[in-house]
Design a protein around this ligand. Structure first.
Ligand code: ACO
Length: 333
């Protein structure tokens, strides 16, 4: 049997640190409000002229590829999760492919918001298990700061999000001891407009630029915060349990849970629901805010770099986000 295994991981965050105190100078907010509601103390914003969605992904990917002990030319497919492409189309996966000199291989763009990385990983896992590819680069990268409305009007959303990128190399293996055990994907489009950005969409009767003259807020992120919270705290534990049940495992078997870094209050609630000790849940939202499709590979990479992910550990990745989407992946490292 062929399985897939993460053999390399990397991340890149822009150098520009945006503290809560800095946001206080842009809008009517406070470090206390943001910390209490989200746990976030600072986040990173890209530097225009230096960072792009694709360039950040390329930096993260170079590290992941090197750690896997291969070269970009060994990669035979790219799966790239983002909701903030540099261009409306084509997606940044193509630009990153060019930057890394990997022209010719297939690139698949994934748009599943905060669950994007789990959807990307699951897709890559299926391609490897089917025997179609052997070395897949799986990326999550976001530049969200340009979407944020940092006036008072947008403060409920703007304080949460940040920029960054992460990547893993997934390789074929016959070793059943170290591999992705299973992945689980879900969505419920009933709630599509509870967390969304309308434009530049194709839902209008005419060119959206013409409409924007009258209605110029539709490029902003709309979020029904309480609806997101209520669904997230149900779906996270549910999809973690689904992965455990599928493999005949229990919450106490998990060595490290790496949740999508949505909001520290959500992660803490999930931890309590799963009756897990604090040291078994990875949180770095305090430093980076919510980086959507990039949050899981960034958090997993930092956990790995600090020695919290060891050979043989049971690692659980879980996400919930816009769509609504949710998913999990169980990995025997
Ligand atoms: N600073 C100060 N005050 C603010 C801010 C801000 N940044 N934003 C909103 N407020 C004000 C509101 O205007 C409101 O004022 P009012 O009482 O005078 O009307 C007050 O604070 C309370 O606002 P609420 O929206 O009720 O605040 P709540 O306590 O619900 O917290 C939050 C909002 C943090 C968004 C919460 O709903 C939440 O945690 N939701 C989950 C959503 C989430 O985490 N999304 C993450 C991204 S999605 C994902 O990754 C899955």
């Amino acid at each position: 049997m062929i399985f897939s295994k993460i053999t390399g991981i990397g991340h890149y965050v822009p150098e520009n640190v945006i503290t809560n105190q800095y946001l206080e100078t842009l809008m009517d907010t406070s470090d206390a409000w943001i910390t209490e509601r989200t746990g976030i103390k600072e986040r990173r914003y890209f530097t225009y002229g230096k960072d792009t969605n694709a360039s950040m992904a390329a930096e993260a990917s170079k590290i992941a590829i090197e750690r896997a002990g291969i070269t970009p030319q060994d990669i035979d497919f790219i799966v790239y999760a983002t909701i903030t492409p540099d261009y409306y189309f084509p997606g940044p996966g193509f630009v990153m492919q060019r930057e890394l000199g990997m022209q010719g291989i297939g690139v698949l763009d994934i748009r599943d918001q905060c669950s994007g990385f789990i959807y990307a990983l699951s897709t890559a896992d299926q391609f490897i298990k089917s025997g179609m590819y052997k070395n897949i680069l799986v990326v999550g990268s976001e530049i969200q700061s340009t979407f944020l409305n940092t006036s008072n009007e947008g403060r409920g959303v703007a304080v949460i999000f940040g920029d960054g990128a992460g990547a893993v190399v997934l390789q074929a293996t016959e070793n059943a001891q170290h591999r992705i055990l299973s992945t689980h994907l879900h969505a419920d489009g009933t709630y599509a407009e509870e967390l969304y950005v309308k434009d530049p969409g194709s839902s209008r009767s005419k060119r959206f630029y013409d409409d924007l003259v009258e209605d110029n807020k539709t490029g902003d992120v709309f979020m029904n915060g309480s609806a997101v919270f209520k669904h997230a705290i149900v779906r996270f534990p549910e999809v973690i349990r689904e992965a455990l049940d599928k493999n005949g495992l229990k919450p106490e078997d998990i060595d490290l849970l790496v949740p999508h870094q949505a909001n520290l209050r959500i992660s803490e609630y999930v931890r309590q629901q799963m009756k897990m000790p604090e040291e078994k849940v990875m949180n770095n939202i305090q430093k980076y805010g919510n980086t959507t499709g990039a949050s899981i590979p960034i958090a997993l990479c930092e956990a790995w770099e600090s020695g919290r992910v060891k050979d043989g550990d049971l690692i659980c990745l879980a996400a919930f986000g816009s769509g609504f989407t949710w998913g999990s992946a169980l990995i025997r490292w």
